[in-house]
Design a protein around this ligand. Structure first.
Ligand code: AMP
Ligand code: ZN
Length: 113
């Protein structure tokens, strides 16, 4: 999707600070980090959000989860980390391409909402 920001980042049309990639997943540093480590893990195929995961594309979501654990280790987050996927307007999703936020590098908030 040429009008999707994250599809354009994956395609290399918009620069990003890549931390990991494989055939299913691309991951890069969030431009407005909310923790010392704030990385976005995105599937290489476009889907708007978790609401659009189906039997055909579920492997991409699964690979994002596997990649998140690899990246957390790579980033040295041995004390713990959080994975967040905002889904829809009430959750504050601003980019309509499924993504998972890896947050870590400090003691995170006790509340999630
Ligand atoms: P969400 O609000 O869950 O949709 O998350 C979207 C995230 O994308 C936000 O944390 C933004 O800071 C981040 N973001 C927006 N544009 C870029 C960009 N060009 N490079 C890296 N991160 C971005
Ligand atoms: Zn997209």
């Amino acid at each position: 999707m040429s009008d999707c920001l994250f599809c354009r980042i994956i395609a290399g049309e918009i620069p990003s600070a890549k931390v990991y990639e494989d055939q299913w997943v691309y991951a890069f540093r969030d431009i407005q980090p909310q923790a010392p480590v704030h990385i976005l893990v995105v599937p290489r195929v476009h889907m708007d959000s978790l609401e659009n995961v189906d039997n055909e594309n579920a492997v991409y979501a699964e690979k994002c989860l596997q990649a998140a654990a690899v990246i957390a280790r790579q980033e040295g987050l041995s004390g713990g980390w959080r994975l967040v996927s905002n889904c829809g307007p009430d959750a504050g999703q601003t980019v309509r391409h499924l993504h998972f936020h890896i947050l870590g590098g400090r003691k995170l908030s006790d509340t999630m909402a």
